[in-house]
Design a binder for this molecule. Structure first.
Ligand SMILES: Cc1cc2nc3c(=O)[nH]c(=O)nc-3n(C[C@H](O)[C@H](O)[C@H](O)COP(=O)(O)OP(=O)(O)OC[C@H]3O[C@@H](n4cnc5c(N)ncnc54)[C@H](O)[C@@H]3O)c2cc1C
Ligand code: FES
Length: 277
C-alpha cells in the first residue's frame, strides 16, 4: 500500500518521505544503473533538476542518505540513474526488483524551463553520470515546445550508456569521448562550441564535473547564452539542516554562502564562484 508521509522538520520545512518505494525495474550497463521506483506522490510533485535523498542500506551504516537526481518520471514511477563510485552506490546497485527503498523528495530547486522566443532551442550538456537529470528535463522542455539538443560526453563509450535512450526518444544527440571510442574525440564542451555555430541555442542546461561546468560558464558569457548549471556537493541531510553543502555564490552583487541542497542544486552560471577565484 502507498505510504508517503508529508512531514515538517524542526526548521519548518516540509518534504515527503516514502519509506516503501518499490523497485519496479532495474537496468544496468557496467558501473551504471537505472532503478525505477514506484512513488506516486513524490513523482507527481517532481520538477526537472530536483533530487532524492536515498537510504542505501538496510542498517544504519552508511548513516547518511545519498543524493540522486530524478532521471525520469512516468505515471506513478520515477527513475534514478547512477554510477557506482563508492560504498553507498555499490550497496544501492545490489537492490533488486521488488525491494523497497526509503526515499525523501523531491528536494531542491530545479531548472527554470521558461525560455523566451517563438521557437526556443536549448542545449542540454551532460558529462558522465551528470546526464542523469537531463532526460526528465528534455521531456519537460518538449511539453513546453522547446527543442532540446543533447550533448553527452564521457571518457570512453562505456560512459555513454543512455545514448540509445535519447535517440529512441527522438532527440538530436551529439556524443564525445576523450579516447575517441565513440563520436567526437575530445571534450563535450569543444563539441558544443563547434555545433553552436550551425545550431545556436537560447539556453544551456548542464550537469557534470566541475571542470565541464566552469567551461560552460565561460561559453555562456562568450556566446551570450544564459546557462543553468547543476552543482554537486557532499550532502549530510539534503534539506537545509546541516550546512554541509555550502558553496560561495554571487547574489545581487554580494558574495555569500548558499546551500546547494536548498538554494540549488541548479544555479544560473553567473552566480557561481569557481574554486580558486
Ligand atoms: C544534488 C545531487 C544529485 C546527484 N545526482 C546523481 C545522480 O543522478 N547519479 C549519480 O550517479 N550521482 C549523483 N550524485 C552524486 C552521488 O550522490 C554520489 O556519487 C554518491 O553520493 C556517492 O556515494 P558513495 O557512498 O557511493 O560514495 P562514497 O564512498 O561516499 O564516496 C566515493 C567518492 O564519491 C565522492 N562523493 C561522495 N558523495 C558525493 C556527492 N554527493 N557528490 C559528489 N561526489 C561525492 C567522494 O568524495 C568519493 O570520492 C548527485 C549528487 C548531488 C549532490
Ligand atoms: S546537505 Fe544539509 S544543509 Fe545542505
Amino acid at each position: 500500500m502507498y505510504s508517503a508521509i508529508l512531514f515538517r522538520t524542526i526548521f519548518g520545512k516540509t518534504m515527503r518521505k516514502d519509506p516503501q518505494a518499490r523497485i519496479l525495474h532495474k537496468q544496468n550497463w557496467g558501473d551504471y544503473f537505472i532503478l525505477a521506483l514506484e512513488s506516486p506522490r513524490i513523482t507527481s510533485e517532481a520538477h526537472p533538476g530536483q533530487f532524492l535523498m536515498v537510504r542505501v542500506g538496510e542498517t544504519s551504516f552508511p548513516l547518511l542518505r545519498r543524493p540522486f537526481s530524478i532521471h525520469a518520471v512516468q505515471d506513478n514511477a520515477l527513475e534514478i540513474f547512477f554510477q557506482t563510485t563508492g560504498l553507498g552506490t555499490r550497496q544501492l546497485s545490489l537492490k533488486q526488483e521488488g525491494d523497497r527503498l526509503d526515499i525523501l523528495g523531491p528536494l531542491g530547486r530545479g531548472f527554470n524551463l521558461d525560455i523566451e522566443g517563438s521557437t526556443p532551442k536549448a542545449a542540454l550538456v551532460g558529462g558522465g553520470r551528470g546526464i542523469a537529470p537531463l532526460y526528465f528535463l528534455s521531456e519537460s522542455l518538449r511539453l513546453q515546445g522547446v527543442s532540446a539538443t543533447i550533448y553527452y560526453g564521457g571518457r570512453t563509450v562505456e560512459d555513454l550508456p543512455l545514448r540509445k535512450k535519447f535517440l529512441a526518444a527522438g532527440y538530436p544527440l551529439h556524443c564525445s569521448t576523450e579516447d575517441g571510442s565513440y563520436g567526437f574525440k575530445g571534450l563535450i564542451t569543444d563539441h558544443l562550441i563547434q555545433d553552436l555555430k550551425q545550431n545556436p541555442a537560447d539556453r544551456i542546461y548542464a550537469c557534470g564535473p566541475d571542470g565541464m561546468l566552469k567551461r560552460l560558464a565561460e561559453i555562456s558569457q562568450e556566446y551570450s547564452i544564459p546557462a543553468e548549471l547543476s552543482l554537486e556537493a557532499i550532502m549530510g541531510c539534503g534539506f537545509g539542516a546541516c550546512w554541509g553543502c555550502v558553496h560561495r555564490l554571487k547574489k545581487d552583487q554580494e558574495i555569500g554562502w548558499q546551500k546547494i541542497c536548498e538554494d540549488g542544486p541548479v544555479f544560473p552560471a553567473e552566480m557561481i564562484i569557481w574554486e580558486k577565484e
